[in-house]
Each structure stands twice: as structure tokens, then as C-alpha cells.
Design a binder for this molecule. Structure first.
Ligand code: SF4
Length: 236
């Protein structure tokens, strides 16, 4: 069977089982087939990386954590949500975004018509800074290569940087979240590799602290941009 025909059939099947939500475009369906093929190998590579993180003591946080929090989700996700660092709930469970801010992120993902397991969720730091203090420059320097490798393995179509720390670190600038959010930027994964789109938005923890209609609307507008960038429909 030729590849385009297979992609078309796949699109029709997905459309049938999802009640019309899935992409009808054969190009998108073909990319999905390619991602599904890549996912198994990516899963193995991420598991190896998780083991490295698990034994990592490159910075002082390694000796202070309860659990490392390498991140989780689809190994070939189209969207990566990246925050700053694990908090108390994440440290206790070894999973990213599982506290109150995580529950809000789950709601945002659901509002996008997606499930948590469709995306990848992680942080710049893989261990919790005590008392949730800001990450130190040397901690970011030590830990960032793990995230860079995750991005290399997952090959997302877009990165959503949650909050100023994640956005500044990935974009290598010092602008405020007010200046950065709502725009599509480019993240450069390294020499010879294509840039990846990056959208910065408010961290869910900030949104919880400033739970105004205006801020929620801004985040929703940001997520609609992400969906538009990925040619995905905005749920009614
Ligand atoms: S924060 Fe990162 S670099 Fe520091 S110990 Fe944990 S995994 Fe290693």
C-alpha cells in the first residue's frame, strides 16, 4: 500500500474513532504515523536518560531531593510543556505538575482538547530547590543538558515555556514574562538542527495566585495560538 493512501486511511480511521476531532489532512496523519513509529525508540532513550537523572548528583539539589522528577508524557509528543522546577508535591511523588498548579495545567490541556498523556511535561531542573527558591545559575547550568536531550529525543513541534524562568532559560534572554508571553519565539536546539517554535505563557502557579479573568483569558489566547500553530482545532 502506498504511504499517502495509508495516511489517508489512518486519518479517516482516527476521524471515525474521535468523532471528528482528529486531523483530516493526510499530511498531518502521515506525521502522526511517523511519530508513532519513532515513539518506541524515543521511549527507550528517555528511560535511559531518566536513569541518569536518578543517579545524578551534579549539583547540590541531588542530595536534598526526595525524588528526582525527570518529566513524563508521550515520548514523541508534539507539545512539550516546560516549567521551572519541581515543587513539594512533585518532589514527594517524583512526577511533574501534580500539585495545585499541576491540576490547573491538566485543565488547560483538557480545554485544548488533549490529554495529559498526549503531551510531555517537564521542568528545567529535575530536582526541587529547597523552599521552592529560584534555581541558581550553576544548577541550571548543570541540569539543562538533560532537558536539551529530552527535546532532542522527543522532537516536539512546539515548546510551551511556563513562566519567566523557563522562557528566559530556553530563549537565553532576560526579558519579563509580560514581554515574552503570547508570542511565538524560536528555540535553537544546537548547531545544524532546525529551530523549534516556542510559546511562553504564565506559569500555572502564577495563574493560581492571580486568578483573574484577564489572566485566564491571556493563557487561553496563548493556548489557542499553540493549537493554531499545530493545525489543531479549537474545541467549542
Ligand atoms: S537538579 Fe539536575 S543537575 Fe542537579 S542533581 Fe538534580 S538532576 Fe542533577
Amino acid at each position: 500500500m502506498d504511504f499517502n493512501k495509508a495516511a489517508q486511511q489512518h486519518a479517516e480511521m482516527e476521524n471515525f474513532f474521535s468523532g471528528g476531532f482528529a486531523a483530516k489532512d493526510p499530511q498531518i496523519a502521515r506525521k502522526k504515523i511517523e511519530r508513532d513509529k519513532r515513539a518506541e525508540q524515543a521511549k527507550n532513550e528517555l528511560e535511559k536518560l531518566n536513569q541518569e537523572v536518578n543517579s545524578c548528583r551534579k549539583c547540590e539539589l541531588g542530595g536534598q531531593r526526595t525524588n528526582d522528577v525527570p518529566g513524563e508524557g508521550h515520548p514523541a509528543a508534539r507539545i512539550m510543556f516546560i516549567g521551572e522546577a519541581p515543587g513539594a508535591d512533585e518532589d514527594a511523588q517524583g512526577r511533574p505538575f501534580v500539585g495545585r498548579a499541576g491540576k490547573l495545567l491538566d485543565k488547560i490541556i483538557a480545554a485544548m482538547g488533549l490529554k495529559r498523556e498526549d503531551v510531555f511535561i517537564g521542568n528545567i531542573l529535575k530536582c526541587r530547590p529547597p523552599e521552592n527558591r529560584d534555581p541558581k545559575a550553576e544548577e541550571v547550568f548543570s541540569c539543562l543538558p538533560y532537558l536539551q536531550r529530552q527535546i532532542e529525543i522527543i522532537q516536539p513541534d512546539i515548546i510551551v515555556a511556563l513562566g519567566a524562568h523557563a522562557a528566559r532559560t530556553l530563549l537565553e534572554n532576560t526579558k519579563s514574562i509580560g514581554q515574552l508571553r503570547g508570542h511565538i519565539h524560536e528555540y535553537y536546539p544546537g548547531l545544524g538542527r532546525p529551530a523549534i517554535r516556542l510559546l511562553a505563557t504564565y506559569h500555572p502557579a502564577y495563574l493560581l495566585r492571580s486568578y483573574t479573568h484577564e489572566n485566564r483569558l491571556r493563557v487561553w489566547e496563548d493556548m489557542k495560538k499553540v493549537l493554531a500553530e499545530l493545525d489543531l482545532p479549537v474545541p467549542e
